[in-house]
Ligand binder design. Structure first.
Ligand code: GAF
Length: 431
């Protein structure tokens, strides 16, 4: 299929007109397709704490996944992933068949092939019943770095959830009795089922509630945003291109180790331990080391210290004390490397190299780890082009993949036809 735009020109590539034109070239002219968009996310600090009720300081990226969709009258879901005109991925399935298969064996959800299709089909099934399920024609276009620990999969799930709901307004979302956001929780649980990995809620919170120019201060225990903290710092991502892949990584092992610590301490989550303060919290972990073993205790130590680091960092962020924030980021990386063992040689090398780059104040791996990207924070006004060049030169030695460097900034949360997700949530709550 001929390219309709210049692939190197992202502003053209992702304009509404270009997306609609591309969609119509694939599916034909008809009712105007709608567009659900959801950003990737980076995280200043607060890693591997969300599933222990922790706090974190992520931000939504300006890079987004777009799901361009037109509702169908039958239950067929057609998807074309517009990675690049030369590299098209396509897939389709019948949603009634998926409904039935999932009732018989819930494991099929995480076995849908090609893989990207499960993140799209997931919400279409999760948000419907077999009787009222509606299919759609879909084009996916994204500039979120893939496999870099920037939550491209969660962004796809969130955008697809918005699209699914728009195609199927008969789906009723009830407000949860505990006052929490039912829409939000459904998206999180949908992703757990269809990815086959039970993660936390940090990514979805950042994706839904991101705000331009702001870091989002999150409380993952209560699934809420505590504050949007505006920031003028500059962030640079170095994607090592060592593929980050939650499903095939020791992520679940780490989550279970944290759960083991919490169980041994008879608390609902390690958040309660961190709330005791770092000294007392660590002393509590010391006491269970004999029962749980050193490696497991170290996972717990990371969580307790990381939650305390996030709190220190939030105060410093508000003051704009970037130099001190940077030092905490280096501390956090060391903890993820040594206590949590979620780093890898390339991420460690990226962080080490960053220490010699003038202008970088701090750096650490972001996301689940075991590959993916490192995030560096630079003081406002830093010459980022030079930072990018110097960092690349120092990192890129023989035998390593050419890294992908990206200057990133906090962007807006998810949206349907340009309207922020939050207003849609409100609409649902009252419908
Ligand atoms: C992944 C997960 F999806 C998140 O929930 C979080 O646990 C993160 O790893 C680590 O902080 O992105």
């Amino acid at each position: 299929m001929a390219a309709l735009y210049d692939i190197n020109d992202d502003s053209t590539r992702f304009s509404e007109d270009a997306l609609v034109q591309r969609f119509e070239a694939i599916y034909g002219v008809g009712p105007k397709p709608r567009i659900a968009a959801a950003p990737g996310r980076a995280n200043v600090i607060g890693e591997h704490v969300d599933y222990q009720g922790g706090v974190a300081l992520p931000f939504a990226l300006t890079q987004r996944v777009r799901v361009v969709f037109r509702r169908r009258d039958d239950d067929r879901l057609n998807v074309v992933s517009d990675d690049a005109p030369v590299n098209e991925d396509t897939g389709y399935l019948f949603l009634k068949v998926l409904h039935k298969a999932r009732q018989e064996d819930p494991k099929v959800s995480a076995e849908i092939d090609p893989r990207f299709l499960r993140y799209i089909a997931g919400p279409f099934v999760y948000f419907s019943s077999p009787e009222d399920v509606r299919g759609a024609d879909i084009l996916v276009a994204s500039d979120v770095p893939l496999g870099a620990g920037c939550s491209s999969s969660s962004a796809l799930v969130v955008a697809s959830a918005l699209a699914a709901r728009a195609c199927n307004p008969s789906y009723e979302l009830r407000k949860r009795k505990d006052g929490r956001d039912a829409f939000f929780r459904s998206i999180v649980e949908c992703e757990w089922e269809f990815s086959g990995v039970k993660g936390g809620c940090m990514d979805h919170l950042a994706i839904v509630y991101g705000r331009p120019g702001c870091v989002v201060s999150l409380d993952c225990r209560d699934e809420k945003v505590d504050a949007h903290i505006s920031t003028d710092a500059t962030f640079v991502l170095l994607d090592t291109r060592v593929k980050h892949d939650l499903e095939n990584s020791p992520y679940t092992d780490r989550r279970l180790a944290c759960e083991r610590c919490a169980k041994e301490l008879q608390v609902a989550s390690l958040r309660e331990v961190a709330d005791e303060g770092v000294t007392k919290g660590l002393a509590m972990i010391d006491k269970i080391e004999k029962e749980v073993g050193q490696a497991t205790a170290n996972r717990g130590r990371h969580v307790v210290e990381e939650i305390c680091r996030v709190r220190r960092c939030a105060t410093l962020l508000r003051r704009g004390s970037w130099r001190d924030v940077g030092l905490i980021l280096y501390e956090a990386h060391q903890s993820l490397r040594d206590l949590f063992e979620a780093s890898c040689d390339e991420l460690d090398a990226a962080v080490d190299a960053s220490r010699s780059v003038e202008g970088i104040l701090g750096c650490r791996m972001v996301g689940g780890g075991f590959g993916g990207a490192a995030l560096a924070v630079c003081a406002p006004g830093t010459d980022v082009d030079r930072v990018v060049e110097d960092w690349r030169d120092l990192y890129h030695v023989d035998g390593r993949h050419e890294p992908r460097l990206l200057v990133v900034e906090p962007g807006a949360g998810a949206a349907l036809d340009g309207a922020p997700c939050v207003s849609i949530k409100e609409l649902w709550a009252t419908s």
